[in-house]
Each structure stands twice: as structure tokens, then as C-alpha cells.
Design a protein around this ligand. Structure first.
Ligand SMILES: Nc1ncnc2c1ncn2[C@@H]1O[C@H](COP(=O)(O)OP(=O)(O)OP(=O)(O)O)[C@@H](O)[C@H]1O
Ligand SMILES: [Mg+2]
Length: 285
């Protein structure tokens, strides 16, 4: 089982929407999928539940951290849904090692039952995100093309608790950053400029595709994506032409991410171009 965490401390950047698309996409590829929603907002749980394609576990996601042997249904597409107790875990510091350990042991026990485990996280750098990142093999970070997000890439890699590079060095050497995925991309000059900046500064941690250099996976802003997310629909099965067009644009990113997860990905060691003259060292990957 390959475990992929969607993580970015920035809120509202598209983590849950990408997680949902990936869950359905891995099913389309015939994978057995375990979906875990560690965000009490439930924006990964709701669309999957509404899609009526998942077996929803009786145990809530908080139980994967608080219990030693939680039981989930036997099915090829299982959701362990978000619950409100998730937001209280951070307030129990003496139990945090146990929380991370419980999740790791649970995921280990699921190894043979699923091909892919997708974990959606909350936008706070708390124990839920740490527990997910210390147990996972892959992390994917959706980001938006605004200045604030570009400035946030450093924290995403180096945050003292949940920075991908920090976790990789201190707690989980097998963690691989699949990359930054620009999402909700709009065809305006402002975003084009920010994309160029992102490529310039962070191309080693973007997700290349195709044979030509300089092509990086991204997802456009399309109302059909928000609609699919709100209604629990599967984007490529929606009748509207706009949804089919959106899927055609998004499929490239899904293909390359799924391939990285299923084939395993090479560890990246390329240094990032320093931002503002500071040396950020090798990229976590
Ligand atoms: N490609 C897209 N095109 C249009 N709307 C999108 C796209 N991706 C996400 N959205 C919408 O943007 C909003 C925020 O997305 P989402 O909930 O996935 O972000 P998030 O990073 O999970 O947020 P949080 O940090 O609160 O968990 C949602 O309404 C979602 O449907
Ligand atoms: Mg979310």
C-alpha cells in the first residue's frame, strides 16, 4: 500500500478537492483505495460519502490515532471519515507519540488490503499532520499562485514541526515529496507571472510531465471541480461539456501523480535555487 498525504499549512488551497479527485482516479485505475480524512471540516469525507461509492468505516478518523486496533470494513473503497474529536487531539500533548504510533501501526496493518491510502489533512501544523507525515511514503502539496503561497513554500519545507524536509530528516527518511501542484490556476497575467516565479525558484520540486523540459503539472480553476466536490460527483462522469473539458485539462496532473505514487518515485536531491539569497539546501524528496 502506498500512502499519500495531501498537505499544505495554507487553508483553502485545494487539498481536499485534489484528494477527492485522486481517490476516484485511483479507483478508475482499479486500485483498492483507503481514504482517511484527518480534517474535522470533513471536506474529503463529504464528497466521497455523497458519491455513494465508499464503504464508510464505523470508526471515525480520530480513532485511528486514539485506538490501538480500530476495525474498518472489508471493501475496495473505504472511507474513514472526519469527526470533531480530531480537533481535540492537539490539546493532549502527553499522548501525541501514542497518536502517531497508533496511526503508523494501523496503516501497517492495512498494507495488504489496499493499494493506495490517501490522507487529507487540516491546514494547521498539528499532531494530525505530523502523524500522517511520519507514516507516509509520499506527500503532495497543492498551492495557489499568489505571492503569499510562494512565500509559504519555505515553511512548507522547513516548518519546525511539519516541514517536509524536517520530517524527512528527523522522523521519516522514506518520505518523498511528489511536489508542489499549482491549483486553481487562472489564465491571467498576474498568475502567469507567479507561475514563472514558482518555476524559477522551485522547479526541482514541481512535478514535470511529458518529454519537453519546462512542462509542470497544474490544475486550472474550473467551476465543475467545485461542483463535483459539493455534489459528490465524479468529474469525468458529469454530463456537462464544461465538466468534460475540465477533466481533459486535469487528467494530465492525475496521470503523473498516480504514476509517481504507484511506481514509487526517485528521491530528489537537486538543490532549490535560493530565495532572497538564503541557501535552503537540498530539497526534501
Ligand atoms: N480546481 C478548482 N477549480 C475550482 N474550484 C476549486 C478547485 N479546487 C478546489 N476548488 C474549490 O475551492 C475551495 C477550497 O478547496 P479545498 O476545500 O479543496 O481546499 P483545502 O486546501 O482542502 O482547504 P482547507 O485548508 O480548509 O482544508 C472549495 O470550495 C473547492 O471546491
Ligand atoms: Mg481541506
Amino acid at each position: 500500500m502506498k500512502t499519500l498525504v495531501l498537505a499544505n499549512q495554507k487553508g483553502g488551497v485545494g487539498k481536499s478537492a485534489v484528494a477527492t479527485l485522486l481517490a476516484h482516479y485511483f479507483r478508475k485505475l482499479g486500485c483498492r483505495v483507503l481514504a482517511i480524512d484527518l480534517d474535522h471540516q470533513g471536506n474529503f469525507s463529504d464528497p466521497l460519502r455523497k458519491s455513494q461509492r465508499v464503504a464508510v468505516a464505523e470508526v471515525p478518523a480520530s480513532a485511528l490515532l486514539t485506538q490501538t486496533s480500530p476495525v474498518i470494513p472489508s471493501a475496495d473503497f473505504v472511507l474513514v471519515a472526519a469527526d470533531q474529536d480530531l480537533s481535540g487531539l492537539e490539546r493532549q500533548p502527553s499522548l501525541q507519540n501514542a497518536f502517531a504510533n497508533n496511526l503508523r501501526v494501523f496503516l501497517k496493518a492495512m498494507e495488504a488490503r489496499f493499494d493506495v491510502c490517501l490522507i487529507d489533512t487540516n491546514p494547521n501544523p498539528d499532531i494530525r499532520m505530523i502523524a500522517a507525515l511520519v507514516s507516509a511514503e509520499f506527500v503532495l502539496s497543492p498551492i495557489q499562485l499568489n505571492q503569499e503561497a510562494l512565500d509559504g513554500v519555505h515553511a512548507l519545507l522547513n516548518h519546525h514541526r511539519v516541514g517536509v524536509r524536517k520530517i524527512k530528516t528527523m522522523l521519516n527518511p522514506k518520505l518523498h515529496l511528489i511536489g508542489l501542484l499549482p491549483v486553481m490556476v487562472e489564465a491571467n497575467p498576474f498568475q502567469r507571472e507567479n507561475f514563472l516565479q514558482l518555476v524559477q525558484k522551485f522547479h526541482p520540486i514541481l512535478i514535470p510531465y511529458g518529454t519537453k523540459p519546462g512542462q509542470y503539472a497544474s490544475m486550472p480553476r474550473r467551476s465543475a471541480v467545485a461542483e463535483a466536490q459539493a455534489e459528490g460527483l465524479v468529474l469525468w462522469e458529469m454530463k456537462k461539456t464544461a465538466a468534460r473539458d475540465a477533466w481533459r485539462e486535469i487528467e494530465v496532473a492525475m496521470v503523473v501523480i498516480a504514476k509517481a505514487v504507484l511506481d514509487g518515485a526517485q528521491t530528489q536531491t537537486t538543490p532549490i535555487t535560493p530565495i532572497n539569497g538564503a541557501d535552503h539546501g537540498p530539497v526534501a524528496g
